[in-house]
Design a protein around this ligand. Structure first.
Ligand code: IMP
Length: 422
């Protein structure tokens, strides 16, 4: 059986949850390798919307084991809420959730630092406020708290005390917050006792799946353009959402992965700050937002909306080594008179076709568009490619030809069944 990765090709929120849910029907294991509670993966179970932030989407499939890999920064309180949510849907999780012993753990201190930093930055990043950056800073500073530390509450309590003292000395948080954080830590320790049983040896689980040729799905969070190395720095997240992060974030060698599926929306969105060349801060953007229900699954913030950015997508195909594409939310474009695709950028009176040429000056480029006539026919719920309107097929063909990899999946609505598999 195969090992398949599903990663975000744009700025996140591409609809990875639904694609993972679809592909996990016969998977033994679904694993997250980076990020944390900043993600918001929306999946539908019998028309009911479920938003998962940390538990991989495979949890909705009865037999699937869900791994939170070492590359993640796990938020125990968020995770416990999610576990309760899943249980409330009568889904059994017995033996199905494993947190890597060496995954890093987000604490109330990290969340407070994230919040204070954003408040005080001249150019805030627009983070999700989930403590992601500060938790990764501690990881690389070699002072982080890891999954294994949750197994000894006394040692953990000590580490938290020391970290808080350090935060105070270094003015990472203001004095007036200390009392509140101390209180939060008390509740936090209670939650830790409830989730520490999920800490386990992920290496063995992955190895056993590989040895028994069982299907493994790797679920990315965020997207390639938010990658700390390849993204629109500094307006990025603090991990490697692109496929390069899989190997370090799970201990799974990249050559074991047979398919890399990049998920792209049929247009573009972005939450938080940072350059976004094809952004439509106008009625088109509002229409995309309202039809596409483009509000952050984690923070509820309205997403910035714009047209498909082909040079950025091609870059994403290359750095991720994508073998195929899943195109989502095609139906959102159904009512547009015309649909634009950015095919190059203009900067200093020169036309640039390569994203990498302009990626460090992205806020200065002007997009050059190719315009497509809208199909103005409902594609919602369509399950067969041949039933799509000709103009929609043309749009898909154009993207496919230019991206150089096949679009194998087209999502035509939020529900499980609303999908075309080529
Ligand atoms: P952080 O990951 O919370 O530190 O946020 C850094 C940037 O990444 C901000 O612009 C966030 O809005 C963005 N971001 C983080 N997670 C997601 C996601 O799952 N989808 C879309 N944007 C995200």
């Amino acid at each position: 059986m195969s090992v398949i990765s599903v990663v975000g090709g744009q700025w996140g929120d591409e609809g990875k949850g639904k694609i993972v849910d679809t592909l996990s029907v016969d998977a033994e294991l679904v694993a997250r390798y980076q990020g944390g509670a900043n993600a918001g993966h929306t999946v539908y179970l019998k028309k009911e919307k479920i938003v998962l932030h940390q538990i991989p989407s495979g949890i909705l499939r009865e037999k699937c084991i869900c791994v939170l890999g070492n590359g993640m920064v796990v938020d125990p309180e968020g995770l416990y809420d999610e576990i309760k949510l899943v249980l409330s849907k009568n889904i059994s999780i017995e033996g199905r959730i494993v947190i890597a012993q060496n995954a890093h753990i987000v604490t109330p201190i990290h969340k407070a630092i994230d919040f204070d930093r954003e408040e005080n930055l001249e150019n805030p990043i627009g983070t999700t406020g989930k403590g992601i950056g500060p938790a990764y800073v501690d990881k690389y500073n070699r002072v982080g708290i890891r999954g294994i530390d949750l197994l000894n509450i006394e040692i953990l309590e000590n580490k938290l005390k020391n970290r808080l003292r350090f935060a105070k000395i270094n003015n990472e948080i203001t004095e007036d917050k200390i009392f509140k954080i101390e209180n939060e830590i008390r509740n936090y320790l209670d939650t830790i006792k409830k989730i520490s049983k999920y800490i386990g040896d992920v290496y063995q689980i992955i190895d056993s799946c590989l040895n028994n040729s069982q299907k493994i799905l790797i679920e990315g969070a965020q997207g390639a353009l938010l990658d700390i190395d390849h993204g629109t720095y500094p307006y990025v997240t603090s991990s490697n959402p692109s496929t390069g992060g899989i190997s370090s974030g799970l201990g799974l060698p990249l050559h074991k992965i047979s398919r890399h599926i990049g998920v792209f929306k049929a247009y573009c969105t972005r939450v938080g700050e940072g350059p976004f060349p094809t952004e439509q801060d106008n009625s088109h953007g509002e229409k995309l937002r309202s039809i596409g229900k483009e509000y952050g699954a984690t923070t509820g913030r309205p997403r910035r909306c714009g047209w498909f950015d082909l040079p950025a997508a091609k870059f994403s195909v290359k750095i991720n080594g994508l073998t195929e594409i899943a195109l989502t939310k095609l139906d959102v474009l159904d009512l547009f008179d015309e649909i634009k695709v950015c095919t190059s950028y203009k900067i200093n009176n020169e036309e640039k076709f390569l994203y990498s040429e302009v990626m460090c000056n992205l806020d200065e480029v002007e997009p050059v568009y190719t315009i497509f006539p809208g199909w103005k026919i409902a594609t919602v719920g369509n399950t067969h490619l041949e039933n799509l309107p000709g103009k929609a097929k043309e749009y898909i063909r154009f993207l496919e030809e230019n991206l150089g990899v096949p679009i194998k999946i087209i999502s035509t609505g939020p529900e499980r069944e609303q999908i075309i598999e080529k």
